[in-house]
Ligand binder design. Structure first.
Ligand SMILES: Nc1ncnc2c1ncn2[C@@H]1O[C@H](COP(=O)(O)OP(=O)(O)OP(=O)(O)O)[C@@H](O)[C@H]1O
Ligand SMILES: [Mg+2]
Length: 254
């Protein structure tokens, strides 16, 4: 059986929100770690000049399931289209970690062909206010049809039933954008980041609650994948180990 997915089965997942520190890199790296465990090796594209996703990948042990990292800061922030992001040809998933500051034209080029867009939002008054403006702009700029429902919110660092969380829920319901998960404020994300892993790769006794909270995100991504793409990714994939960080030019030679 062919263990490599066909290129057209690539699922492009973009994580974005102009608000700094809301959890984009945390979400992107945790999703990448999930797909690495499942195989085939996903591609994680770091578009942020700070390079936190690639720093996370640098922390990843060579004994962990492989992730292809693409350090694409310059490509992503260059004005105009001017670049084409490619995944490693064997990847079934390409996760793109976008920086907080992104000009509107880049926002368009990064999102117009995304299969799934994840927007982490922290449920504080100010974050909800800025997320509202951003989502309205995104729907316009990227010409996203909200009825297609390829955009979803992940409420990050939530405490159950706070007033601001209820407010976030009401606002998002009015935009018809689903809140697919509520991640806890948990040190597990911080500890996992230091090791270049995700909560899915932590011992169950430590991370069970956080894994449970992440599961709806995977389920939502998979729903899209099944609807949009053929399910060519093999579940029999032999795990490759040892992650690599490449430039877009190096990756295109693979
Ligand atoms: N659910 C969480 N629980 C605890 N800490 C978290 C959680 N989510 C994110 N963090 C921590 O908050 C900090 C900011 O998160 P992260 O780097 O993912 O945000 P970001 O949106 O990528 O930021 P930037 O806009 O600077 O790229 C990190 O130190 C991260 O470990
Ligand atoms: Mg980041």
């Amino acid at each position: 059986m062919d263990s490599q997915p066909k290129p057209h089965s690539l699922h492009k997942i973009v994580v974005l929100n102009p608000k700094g520190g809301c959890g984009k890199t945390t979400l992107a790296t945790n999703v990448a770690s999930y797909y690495a465990r499942r195989g085939p090796p996903p591609t994680l594209v770091d578009c942020d000049p700070h390079g936190y996703s690639m720093r996370w990948l640098n922390n990843r042990s060579a004994q962990r399931p492989k992730i292809f990292g693409v350090a694409a800061y310059e490509h992503c922030t260059r004005a105009g289209k001017g670049f084409d992001l490619h995944a490693w040809p064997g990847s079934a998933h390409m996760i793109v970690d976008l920086p907080a500051a992104l000009p509107d034209d880049q926002l368009y080029y990064q999102t117009y062909d995304a299969n799934s867009i994840l927007i982490p939002v922290m449920p504080s008054e100010i974050d909800i206010y800025s997320a509202a403006a951003f989502i309205a702009n995104l729907l316009l700029i990227a010409q996203l049809d909200r009825r297609n429902r390829n955009v979803a919110i992940v409420a990050n660092r939530t405490r159950q039933n706070t007033r601001s969380l209820r407010k976030l829920m009401r606002f998002l319901t009015s935009l018809e954008i689903p809140i697919i998960a509520q991640l806890r404020d948990s040190q597990n994300y911080v500890h996992a980041a230091a090791e270049g892993i995700g909560v899915f790769e932590m011992p169950a006794y430590k991370a069970r609650k956080d894994v449970e909270k992440m599961q709806p995100i995977i389920a939502w991504l998979e729903k899209w994948r099944m609807r949009k793409l053929d399910a060519a990714a093999s579940t029999d994939f032999q795990h490759a180990l040892g992650s690599e960080i490449l430039t877009p030019a190096e990756l295109s030679k693979r």
